[in-house]
Design a protein around this ligand. Structure first.
Ligand SMILES: Nc1ncnc2c1ncn2[C@@H]1O[C@H](COP(=O)(O)OP(=O)(O)O)[C@@H](O)[C@H]1O
Ligand SMILES: [Mg+2]
Length: 212
């Protein structure tokens, strides 16, 4: 049986990842392709518990960047083995909202942890799984936050990453763009500061050429 495609979406909060994951999922379904969508950190019961710990931590005790990194990798390790790999092997394509590149950008580019150590841990957690294609939804932190501010306020959820200063998010963006420059075949940069249908059209053009 033909293995499924593994497609990831990356980019900052408010870039439109969840929106575009949903649109691409629907596109594949209409083509009759077996497909599912998931997210990181999370995607299994255990990994979603880790997500709540890492995102919602109240700061009463400092969460060290190393701890944050290992929690992200622990969630990924579970998600890859429990959810993603079995589906790919069954011929189901998997679309994932964030994956290893987010760890490189947030814990590496922004928190400043060693990139070689992160690369090793990413490989270890992902069982060396690499996306067939990664869509980097690129947008300035200012535009991204203009979209999410109301979302977090209305949801009343505290998110340690959204709460970081603008300079942190500039570093995240810079690191994502560096990753795209170093792996241009895999990581495709999409201008996300446009209406959702224009962004989706670019993604579909690449997805159809690469994957179907
Ligand atoms: N291309 C777009 N233009 C304007 N608003 C958008 C666009 N894509 C998504 N949104 C809106 O912006 C907010 C964040 O989008 P979302 O898909 O949740 O982003 P992410 O998952 O990257 O944080 C949502 O309210 C969504 O409806
Ligand atoms: Mg989202």
């Amino acid at each position: 049986m033909k293995r499924g495609f593994f497609i990831t979406f990356e980019g900052p909060e408010g870039a439109g990842k969840s929106t575009q994951v949903g649109l691409l999922l629907e596109h594949f379904r209409q083509k009759g392709l077996p497909v599912t969508a998931t997210r990181e950190p999370g995607g299994t019961e255990l990994a979603e518990k880790i997500r709540a710990v890492v995102k919602g931590h109240d700061g009463a005790e400092r969460m060290h960047p190393e701890t944050e990194l290992l929690l992200m990798e622990a969630a990924r390790s579970q998600h890859v083995r429990e959810f993603i790999l079995p589906r790919l092997e069954q011929g189901v394509s998997v679309i994932c909202d964030r994956f290893s590149d987010s760890t490189t950008a947030y814990q590496g580019g922004a928190r400043g942890l060693c990139r070689a150590e992160i690369a090793f841990l990413n490989d270890f957690a992902a069982a060396k799984l690499v996306p067939d294609v990664t869509f980097l939804l690129d947008i300035t932190p200012e535009s991204g936050f203009a979209r999410t501010r109301t979302r977090s306020e209305t949801a009343g959820e505290f998110d340690r990453f959204e709460a970081e200063r603008i300079e942190f998010h500039r570093k995240v963006r810079r690191c994502f763009l560096e990753l795209a420059a170093s792996e241009p075949d895999r990581v495709r940069v999409i201008d996300a500061d446009r209406d959702p249908q224009s962004v989706h059209a670019d993604i579909v053009r690449i997805a159809d050429e690469f994957l179907v």
